[in-house]
Design a binder for this molecule. Structure first.
Ligand SMILES: [Zn+2]
Length: 130
């Protein structure tokens, strides 16, 4: 992801991404999905720490932890389930969204790095490979 978008996410949703060591390891087309997910999570709790956000096998991966020091067991479970559901729907959306430009995806590239892409970027990638 371009540094400007990455910095904005880190700043807008601090401290959610304070320990995101490897940054947002996907392209800019998924930034709106990650931004919306972050916003939804921030609306539920401020105790989430995200360890990893990346593109892998054409899918979005989003790993998080919840600081449970101030939560009892049932609060923790309720928050965990709510966030888990948000992450799941964000990942579903990413599967239909071009990772490069955010337009509707039509397929997955099959050469080298596997990515979910729109018709235009799927075409370009094929050209680059051949
Ligand atoms: Zn595209």
């Amino acid at each position: 992801m371009t540094p400007e978008l990455e910095d904005a996410l880190r700043k807008d949703f601090a401290p959610m991404y304070a320990n995101l060591t490897w940054g947002f390891a996907c392209e800019d087309g998924w930034e709106p999905i990650i931004r919306k997910l972050s916003k939804n999570i921030a609306g539920i709790t401020n105790t989430v720490e995200v360890d990893c956000v990346k593109s892998k096998w054409a899918g979005l991966r989003f790993y998080f932890e919840i600081d449970r020091t101030s939560l009892n067991e049932s609060e923790y479970e309720r928050i965990y389930e709510a966030i888990d559901k948000l992450v799941e729907s964000a990942c579903d959306l990413a599967e239909e969204t071009c990772e490069r430009c955010g337009k509707k995806a039509v397929g997955v590239s099959d050469g080298g790095w596997v990515q979910t892409l729109c018709a235009v970027h799927l075409g370009k990638q094929t050209d680059a490979v051949s």
